[in-house]
Design a protein around this ligand. Sequence first.
Ligand code: BGC
Length: 746
Amino acid sequence: MNFKKIASALLALGIFTISQTVFAQDEIDKKVDSVLSKMTLAEKVGQMNQYNGDWEATGPVTKDVGNKLDEIKQGRVGAVLNIMGSAHTKMFQDAAMQSRMKIPLLFGQDVIHGYRITFPIPLAEAASWDPDAIERAERIAATEASASGINWTFAPMVDIARDPRWGRVMEGSGEDPYLGSLIAAARVRGFQGRGLGSIDAVMACAKHFAAYGAAVGGRDYNSVDMSLHQLWEVYLPPFKAAEEAGAATFMNSFNDLNGTPATGNKYLQRDVLKGKWNFKGFVVSDWGSIGEMIPHGYAKDNAEAALFAVTAGNDMDMESRSYIGNLEKLVNDGKVPMSMVDESVKRILRKKFEMGLFDDPYRFINASREKSMLNRPESREEAREIARKSVVLLKNDKQLLPLSRQLKTVALIGPLAKAKKEQKGFWSLDIDPNEDIQSVMEAMEKAAPMTKFLYSYGCNIDDQTKSGFADAVETAKKADVVVMAMGEAPDMTGEAKSKANIHLPGVQEDLIKAVVETGKPVVVLLMAGRPMIFNWTADNAQSILYTWWLGSLGGGAIADVLYGDYNPSGKLPITFPRTEGQIPIYYNHFNTGRPGVSDKDVFYKSAYIDLPNSPRYAFGYGLSYTTFQYTDDDAFYSKAQIKDNETLKISLTIKNTGQYAGEETVQLYIRDLVSQPLRPVKELKDFKKVFLQPGESKKVTFTIDRNMLYFYNDNLEYVTQPGDFQVMIGSASDDIRLHRTFELTN
Ligand code: BGC
């Protein structure tokens, strides 16, 4: 047996994945060329065309598509989206197998935070600061989705977002490029598992390329206007990380970037992604975004939009029909070279080969596998675990939490106390009507069987009615402790869900006031897809847990935290403003020439006369039921130096000084003290998680090396610059416990 035969045998046994085989890429390229050589131009354009199935998700379904199955049989479709379940996907793949070339379809789907089991929304998961747990979550999502016939997810969304008004802030990892990059790579690894070609891998799609999260005013789809320096420093790093982790596809975005729609943006797609980064996968448009270049005022009609998109490097058209309607003619008229179409089709076919679809178009379509892989108990356990890790303790005066199971009476108050499906949040598509989801109330009743639970609805999420207040107050008075479940409706964040007012909606904060005024101890649970504003509550409620939307296992996870079965360890991945007028507000800003040290410095404070500079809660903030003491291990404070590839180690000891076992996330920030161009006042560069029993201490050592000090200079070259740096280690971006300086010499 020669080497290739052995490799093929191992591949068949599932020991090798297709992309791991040494010979695979060459072989695949040959096969791609062979298929391409037999295709007509119309069939090539068909591969670049993607249709929605029969289900309306996030955009208007094109009305004049006729019978999509017929079009598939004619070879006019390369991929579909939103076809769920093995029976349904089989029907569509059967149609593709009736086409002349029998090229299998790709089945795409927005598997954003879980497929059948819903995991916490991505922003919540980011609060875990636990890329390994996030990778495991995506592994489960991919295993479930691939068992249902899906082979491509439109995730991860890796857009940096500094504006909580933007509805899609829920889909990303928050404001920080470093944390965002780690999580982007983890998600790609989770989705693609052992590599494309393994039966439980789905292709990842890093989106939305690029800078969609910086839409002016937080208004969805809006323009983005930013320096290339900011683009490279803040918005591109998570995309680069996703590409390096092997993301099979990229999706461009609805916004324009500095006057050019991202979909028609050659700089982004051809020069940066396919050029500088040498990306080998393919780029899909966002839903209808090729056609949307017409209302943008960039293209005069669909033909021009198709011309601009393909020229800019957009390989596949999602749902705008611009390619299918115009590309053939554009090639025949000599406006688009055939080589450009060939290049796009090769990229698409290569992925289909890598996925093993040419070997077996039905390999992801298997009803019995679907039945056995969905909703597995061990996967639900994993979902509960990451949900617990995503909760952020914002306040806990007089150690009200954790609650005792001996409490006689607890009142559950608020519009979300009995919420079930709602906990899944936006982008939970594969809803199973029979899924067993516990409300917070049910989960607490189960967790503390000795306690009597009272309930009052109190008010609606978002109207002005206060008729339920009296009952809520009376109910509170009868209890030892009150737990209030408040927040946004799950569809108040997500696509096209930007808000100008991000205060806790309706009269909910008035209800909290009325209940707190009873003098009873009050724990407030805040469920939302974005940072909200709730100043009165922040000042007056005794304890606050920010629970976001935690998914299918949210109720149980919240009960675990409330009763101390899990000590909260989440840290905010995004800054919480005091009011909308502070937005955008983020920790890694530049200093002005008048930074000021105190809010009393009238001329040197550089923000507003009616607000402090600081946010309500800073990036990296999050409490625990225990306390952690930071002690500098190294009494020697002289300035260290690093040159060439030397490293610098900084050690400290973290001690659990409280009564509960718990986990601290020790954060390391660096500032380049003098730089041209400017560098931020601090940038997260590393963090370590330390789990400690009460009274236990552990030494934590960080290693600083030159890699952490690179930045883009005025010519957008990635460089280091000699000089002095400050290292800040702490428990949050505004709670620095240890400062050091060092010098980088050349
Ligand atoms: C969204 C994408 C999504 C696509 C398909 C668009 O409206 O912007 O993120 O993947 O729809 O559902």
